[in-house]
Design a protein around this ligand. Structure first.
Ligand SMILES: Cc1ncc(C[n+]2csc(CCOP(=O)(O)OP(=O)(O)O)c2C)c(N)n1
Ligand code: SF4
Length: 253
């Protein structure tokens, strides 16, 4: 097929979601954030919620998500996104409200807000990007850093006797009465991306149907912080992250 034939509307098999604008993304090549942004845009479009979605953006590498997806956004102080999402959803129940947070944001600085919003059963979705370190600020150890995993603040690897144990926020969320759907996904391969998209759709639908709160963890890479090529980071994630953070649904009420 010639280029002219390929770009004919009837021959197109893929197009960028219209909610994703042309602003060049600032992410490192190979970073998981951009893939998850695209899935969120696709799901919102497929649900017809373009004019009725409010995202709460994090502090962290994804802080500029509001520049890339053309929906309504509110920026929260570091860790406070679930509290803000709960307030917006209560004031505006017909809106699809979600947060987008890294593991430093969600599992450290905002642990309290996360647990209480999920436990109250606020009809929101929390998208939790777990790359096991603080990406934006130079790759420091996060609560999610694996035992033995090096970071800029534990260059010899995390040691339980000094740094404590990695925190499984998603397992905690599954125990809370207020959560409807709690799942752990990834986006390192095409099948994984398809499953992650289904999970985001289910979580968003639950939140619109008043079923309670929803947490979608995406086990992710931070190839820059991990000091690996994108390909090696994906492999490392499969070998080291997945055994400790196994993929799949933890709760589906
Ligand atoms: C209360 C507060 N503490 C610390 C910071 C500094 N800070 C900004 S981004 C960041 C790391 C974010 O890491 P994470 O949430 O894991 O997201 P990632 O960058 O990995 O996507 C930190 C510590 C801040 N802005 N506010
Ligand atoms: S530092 Fe890590 S999380 Fe941040 S954009 Fe780069 S790869 Fe992604």
């Amino acid at each position: 097929m010639t280029k002219e034939e390929i770009i004919k509307p009837e021959n197109l098999v893929y197009k960028k979601p219209t909610l994703m604008n042309d602003t060049p993304m600032h992410y490192c090549p190979g970073c998981s954030h951009g893939v998850v942004h695209k899935l969120i845009a696709e799901v919102i479009e497929e649900m017809g919620m373009e004019e009725k979605s409010v995202g709460i953006s994090p502090v962290g590498c994804a802080v500029f998500i509001y520049n890339y997806l053309d929906i309504d956004w509110q920026e929260a102080a570091h860790g406070r996104a679930p509290a803000l999402a709960a307030a917006i959803k209560r004031l505006w129940p017909d809106r699809l409200v979600f947060t987008y947070q890294g593991d430093g944001d969600l599992a450290c600085i905002g642990t309290a807000e996360t647990i209480h919003a999920l436990n109250r059963g606020d009809n929101i979705t929390i998208i939790f990007i777990n790359n096991a370190i603080y990406g934006m600020t130079g790759g420091q150890m996060a609560p999610t850093t694996l035992l033995g995993m090096p970071s800029s603040t534990c260059p010899y690897g995390r040691e339980a006797s000094i740094h404590g144990y990695p925190l499984k926020m998603t397992e905690i969320a599954a125990q809370l009465e207020g959560t409807a759907y709690v799942t752990r996904q990834s986006v390192q391969s095409v099948p994984a991306i398809r499953k992650a998209k289904k999970a985001i759709r289910k979580a968003f639908e639950n939140s619109m149907n008043g079923k309670g709160s929803n947490l979608v963890e995406i086990v992710s890479t931070c190839n820059s912080g991990w000091k690996m090529t994108p390909g090696k980071a994906n492999k490392w994630m499969e070998e080291h992250m997945f055994p400790f953070y196994p993929l799949g649904d933890l709760k589906d009420k």
